[in-house]
Design a protein around this ligand. Structure first.
Ligand SMILES: C[S@@+](CC[C@H](N)C(=O)[O-])C[C@H]1O[C@@H](n2cnc3c(N)ncnc32)[C@H](O)[C@@H]1O
Length: 249
């Protein structure tokens, strides 16, 4: 999700193939996955876990909003390494009320292999418990809908396939969205007007989104879809990030 310039201009981004096999990876600094298919890292090189807290959790008013809900549903575009899912689960366990439920539903075209998830997330001792549990439950050949009961108050679903097609076929509505495709210039399908409209249509009234991205066409697509937008300072010196809400009707 941090843009770099390592993809040759004539290379086809992997999301145009619709092949749901794991996409080719290489590793930077030992444990930092880099998608050679998309020419981008999966999260910022400073600290992806803290970035998750700043962008996706705070940007959606979390953990605060968890206090009001019996069931809270998060949608994510791009499961990747599961870092956002693990950090969210960690914070959810600290803040949840007894008897409440978190459903974390992530849409992923190229599900990673368990050993790659393990290698990437080993960077953060803070999420050791969550990483080990996720890796132990992750299927050898993820496909279709991967359903994982993380604990009795936390359910993870990873919908394998193209996010637009999967979401169009879904009748779920979400309280909060984590928009986490690769950089908009490298992964345009994850930021298209059609997909962002579908994300909005699958947002509950009063629901929200957050993203690290601030590109002009992403902002315009979010406004056109119907979100009330807010610009905030990005993580680790990035000038801007975006978040917003769907008005109550
Ligand atoms: C920046 S990474 C997500 C990082 C992730 N949230 C994490 O916690 O590690 C972007 C992800 O979007 C996925 N992706 C790219 N195009 C997609 C598409 N059309 N539909 C669904 N997922 C897609 C990529 O395979 C990649 O895993």
């Amino acid at each position: 999700m941090t843009q770099s310039n390592e993809m040759p201009a004539n290379e086809t981004p992997a999301n145009e193939t619709q092949d749901t096999a794991a996409a080719p990876l290489t590793w930077h600094d030992g444990d930092m996955p880099y998608s050679t298919a998309f020419g981008d890292h999966f999260y910022c090189q400073t600290d992806g876990r803290l970035e998750c807290g700043h962008v996706f959790l705070s940007g959606n008013g979390l953990p605060g909003r968890w206090q009001d809900a019996a069931e809270f549903r998060i949608g994510e575009l791009g499961f990747g390494t599961g870092l956002n899912a693990c950090e969210t689960w960690r914070q959810w366990k600290q803040h949840r009320r007894p008897g409440t439920l978190l459903n974390f539903v992530s849409f992923e075209l190229h599900p990673m292999r368990a050993d790659d998830i393990d290698r990437a997330l080993s960077r953060w001792p803070e999420i050791d418990v969550e990483r080990k549990a996720l890796v132990a439950l992750w299927p050898d050949s993820p496909e279709g809908r991967v359903e994982i009961e993380l604990d009795n108050q936390t359910h993870l679903t990873v919908v394998c396939g193209d996010a637009y097609a999967s979401l169009a076929a879904s009748d779920l509505s979400f309280d909060a969205w984590f928009l986490d495709g690769f950089a908009p210039s490298r992964n345009s399908a994850m930021w298209s007007a059609e997909l962002i409209q579908s994300v909005f249509d699958h947002t509950r009234p009063g629901g929200s989104f957050a993203t690290y991205a601030a590109a002009g066409f992403v902002r315009r697509n979010l406004i056109a879809a119907g979100y009330q937008l807010e610009r905030r300072p990005g993580f680790a010196g990035k000038r801007e990030m975006l978040c917003g809400v769907k008005a109550m009707v």
